[in-house]
Design a protein around this ligand. Structure first.
Ligand code: BGC
Length: 503
């Protein structure tokens, strides 16, 4: 997930500061923000395959599943209310992004986190106690609104609190906590599905209240960021806070830069209109295409529906949930590889290697539903793991990191909202249409995503310059020396306007 804030640093100055207890606490809060997002991504697929859940809320899906042995197995989960249960969350997140960005700016990051936490608690409780489909969907909407708030404020909070040296790692750290959330959800689904009486799904859905409470309480006890205080005119308070956070007294340089960044960003009257200027064409292109492509890899088909998918091709209930745990583990492990490699091997290498690996594995994932021989089932899971690993060290973290490091200050927050919105729109579309597509295209569906993976890899190869090790304020050079983008940015001085640093 991205940070949308503006954090100053001229690239040459070294601000003094230690990794204090305050900063460590911010990491924990960030982890909760990511965990809850991941938990919501991972929980719905497993829950929708639990028989007792289907019987209670989606009896037609249950009947089809039980009695209909004739018709196309790929269609047994094709139900609009069922997909709405999953996808409504992303639509809500998209809508609340706009309000959240205003609240975060005008009232501070803490209030935004608090609102997110409260909405999460309400959504989790409504889901856990649901007795009708509308309660499920309203619960998911509340969770989605919560995500709009926390995904806006938590990464921003982190970027502003962290000593600048740790900012890059923290950006992918947030993605790591998303993957841990997905994993926790699939492990819990596995165990809760075994509870006699069939009410385990209530624990799965209601369980989201635990990270939700932590983030709610966290937002009350954590300090506001100095950046946010400056933004709201509280300079003295901000300076005292900065000293405390960094654990040192000489924070003048950083303080000056924070004030300068805040002033500069206030001068930008029309960030949205700015974004349409010709010189920002490369940035706008990336802000739109990178998050869209990230979703068109098809990753959320696996994240949302892995158990459904595994059941469709003939796995038993248990095996399907277990396989989701396996892919969840691979997802976490490969994200760690990305943290290690992103500044060593570069973004382009990871994008291209990941793309190729996903392409190969998508052609490998093929299956005829029915009773699968065991070796065949293992091969399918293996290919899915290769695919998930590829995503988790390429498009997963880079889909957020690269946009956040290429935007110059004057368009940063506007461009970043474009990135977040595009991500949510495509997540919603994929969640909503996947089961329908599976029904009509069967495993041809993976060829459909493979096509996009091929297109996006060529796009990266041709159009994305390497940004590894380039100070953000010098990013304009990268476009200037690019064979294609140079025609848009050449000859203007926006590189010098650039003064911010954000991850
Ligand atoms: C994506 C999510 C996805 C997750 C999987 C994130 O970067 O934005 O849509 O579910 O990675 O780990």
């Amino acid at each position: 997930m991205p940070a949308v804030g503006i954090v100053i640093g001229d690239g040459n100055r070294e601000y003094p500061g230690k990794l204090t207890l305050y900063v460590t606490m911010t990491c924990i809060v960030a982890a909760m923000g990511g965990l809850i997002f991941g938990y919501d991504i991972g929980i719905s697929g497993g829950v929708t395959t639990m028989e007792s859940f289907q019987k209670e809320f989606f009896p037609s899906v249950y009947e089809k599943q039980k009695n209909d042995h004739e018709s196309n197995k790929y269609c047994k989960f094709d139900s609009i209310p069922l997909t709405l249960f999953t996808s409504s969350l992303y639509l809500a997140a998209l809508c609340s992004c706009v309000v959240a960005s205003y609240v975060t700016r005008a009232f501070g990051r803490k209030l935004s986190m608090l609102l997110g936490g409260v909405l999460f608690c309400a959504g989790a409780l409504l889901n856990g106690f649901a007795t009708a489909v509308w309660m499920l969907i309203v619960g998911r909407l509340l969770l989605g609104f919560g995500i709009g708030f926390t995904n806006q404020s938590v990464p921003l909070y982190l970027s502003e609190m962290a000593p600048y040296k740790y900012r890059g790692a923290l950006n992918i750290g947030f993605q790591l906590s998303i993957t841990i959330g997905i994993l926790v959800a699939s492990v819990l689904n596995f165990f809760f599905s075994k509870i006699p009486g069939g009410w385990g799904w209530r624990l799965s859905l209601g369980g989201a209240v635990v990270p939700a409470l932590i983030i709610t309480v966290g937002s009350l006890v954590l300090p506001d960021t100095p950046n946010s205080m400056i933004e709201r005119g509280r300079f003295k308070q901000a300076e005292t806070k900065l000293r405390k956070i960094r654990g040192v007294d000489n924070v003048e340089d950083e303080m000056d830069d924070l004030i300068a960044a805040s002033e500069a960003s206030k001068l930008v009257e029309h960030p949205w209109r700015n974004l349409l200027q010709r010189k920002y064409r490369p940035h706008l292109t990336m802000a739109i295409l990178i998050p869209s492509f990230q979703q068109l890899t098809g990753i959320n088909v696996i994240m949302f529906y892995a158990p459904v998918l595994f059941q469709t091709i003939g796995f038993g209930n248990d095996a399907a949930l277990m396989s989701a745990v396996v892919t969840g583990l691979v997802n976490v492990g490969a994200t760690v590889v990305s943290i290690y490699g992103v500044d060593k091997w570069g973004r382009r290498f990871l994008f291209l290697e990941g793309g190729l690996q996903m392409l190969i594995s998508q052609f490998g994932v093929d299956g005829n539903p029915g009773v699968l021989p065991k070796w065949y089932a293992i091969v399918v899971v293996l290919f899915i793991c290769i695919y998930v690993a590829a995503f988790a060290w390429s498009w997963g973290p880079l889909g957020w990191l690269v946009p956040s490091e290429i935007f110059p200050l004057e368009i940063r927050s506007a461009a970043q909202s474009v990135t977040v919105s595009m991500n949510m729109i495509f997540t919603f579309i994929i969640a909503q249409v996947f089961l329908m597509m599976l029904c009509h295209m069967k495993f041809g569906l993976f060829i459909f995503f493979a096509f996009f993976v091929a297109v996006m890899s060529v796009f990266i190869y041709v159009f994305l310059p390497e940004t590894r090790g380039v100070p953000i304020e010098e990013m304009n050079q990268v476009w200037r020396s690019h064979w294609y983008w140079s025609r848009f940015v050449d000859g203007d001085e926006n590189g010098r306007v650039e003064m911010g640093k954000v991850h």
